[in-house]
Design a protein around this ligand. Structure first.
Ligand code: NAD
Ligand code: DAU
Length: 349
């Protein structure tokens, strides 16, 4: 094996697609998936590649510095691609502290561990931090987030991600640690946990339950198919300039209400329901506190420097996503039993 790469959060939604991208494409890399398996971590996401020779899973909490350090001493990683995080904005509103311990302290633990094992020998080393466009705050009706946009987070989630980005950059500027950061817009696709808008609505349509739309539904997000995000991470990991950030987006803005109506339309077609049936489930509910109005990414830099463009259109991506959930009822049933039920009760009561 030419390189050992630790991918944190590899059992989660995006992490599992990144692990697959690297394991399949780079058989000469040893890929170690480091994940503590919270409610959002699911090894089912990786069944198709778990027997590959260049793949290993290690259960480890990034909040436990001693555990991370002794693992890194044993593995001697050449690189870390860091995705492990608490990722859901609504959960950060009810439990902000766990976002600080995992997203901020956990990131600092990883930075300290690589500093210690790399011991100033940074040739061929890289810490790739996977972050979000939410660090930039909110846009009005026009404009796009560029890499120069000032950070202005509004939720405990985005504040914790912003803090982690600052630490990663500070370790580059202070200790010379080789780093890159990617700030991506909203992902969707297979294996998305049904607390997030798209899979939550798919699950509720299947069960004829209300589709909860926060506020007036005019909030806007820029949606990217998850495999296109994994490709962007691959490109930046291999070709990004160290010390730099790269925005990743889909050039694909949707107001929530329009997106959910399109989802309903496609689901009615696929389920053989009369047109308009699922849209009757749409229910406007109390708004999310601190709700950012609009996110939209200017992805010119990654396009210009690394030739990146998304390959999957929203129509194809959404259709493929729905098909995946229809073909995987057991996956959906497993993740929506138990603790999910009490989360749902609490959040949407
Ligand atoms: P997710 O919630 O689906 O997965 C997170 C993973 O991290 C899970 O497997 C979980 O078990 C693991 N994890 C959580 N706490 C941990 C800990 N203390 N130690 C070890 N592992 C831990 O998240 P996601 O949506 O796949 O997001 C992955 C990353 O990408 C996050 O850093 C997120 O901020 C970022 N991001 C997400 C999106 C999006 O649309 N989902 C967009 C841009 C950036
Ligand atoms: O922009 C990138 C971010 O996208 C990531 O950093 C986060 O990890 C990821 O969770 C996502 O954050 P959002 O808050 O944008 O995603 P979510 O799916 O929770 O919500 C999308 C939009 O839909 C948002 O405007 C809130 C709204 N919404 C969400 C839920 C769960 C609803 O109207 N009803 C809902 O029930």
């Amino acid at each position: 094996m030419q390189k050992t790469i630790v991918i944190t959060g590899g059992a989660g939604f995006i992490g599992s697609h990144v692990v697959r991208e690297f394991v399949v494409k780079y058989s000469h890399y040893r890929i170690v998936n480091l994940d503590v398996l919270t409610y959002a971590g699911n090894l089912e996401n990786l069944r198709d590649i778990e027997d590959k020779e260049n793949y290993t899973f290690v259960k480890q909490d990034i909040r436990d510095f001693d555990g991370v350090l002794s693992l890194f001493r044993a593995l001697k990683p050449d690189a870390v691609i860091h995705l492990a995080a608490e990722s859901h904005v609504d959960r950060s509103i009810s439990d902000p502290t766990s976002f600080v311990t995992t997203n901020v302290l956990g990131t600092v633990n990883l930075l300290n561990a690589v500093r210690e094992v790399w011991a100033g020998n940074y040739a061929g080393k890289l810490f790739h931090h996977v972050s979000t466009d939410e660090v930039y705050g909110t846009l009005g009706d026009v404009g796009l987030f560029t890499e120069e946009t000032s950070y202005d987070p509004h939720s405990p989630y985005s504040a914790s991600k912003a803090a982690s980005d600052h630490f990663v950059r500070a370790y580059h500027d202070t200790y010379g640690l080789p780093i890159v950061i990617t700030n991506c817009s909203n992902n969707y696709g297979p294996n998305h946990f049904p607390e997030k808008l798209i899979p939550l609505c798919i699950h509720n349509i299947l069960n004829n339950k209300p589709l909860p739309i926060y506020g007036d539904g005019k909030f806007t997000r820029d949606w990217l198919y998850v495999v296109d995000h994994a490709r962007a991470i691959d490109l930046v990991f291999h070709g990004g300039r160290h010390g730099e950030s790269y925005n990743v987006g889909g050039f694909n803005e949707w107001q929530n209400i329009d997106l959910v109506k399109e989802l309903c339309r496609q689901m009615d077609e696929k389920l053989g329901r009369r047109a308009g049936t699922s849209a009757q489930l749409i229910t406007f509910v109390k708004d999310r506190p601190g709700h950012d109005l609009r996110y939209a990414i200017d992805a010119t830099k990654i396009n210009r420097e690394l030739g990146y463009t998304p390959t999957v259109t929203f129509e194809e991506g959404l259709s493929h996503t729905i098909d995946w959930y229809l073909a995987n009822p057991d996956w959906l049933a497993n993740v929506t039993s138990g603790a999910y039920q009490s989360y749902y009760e609490q959040q949407y009561k």
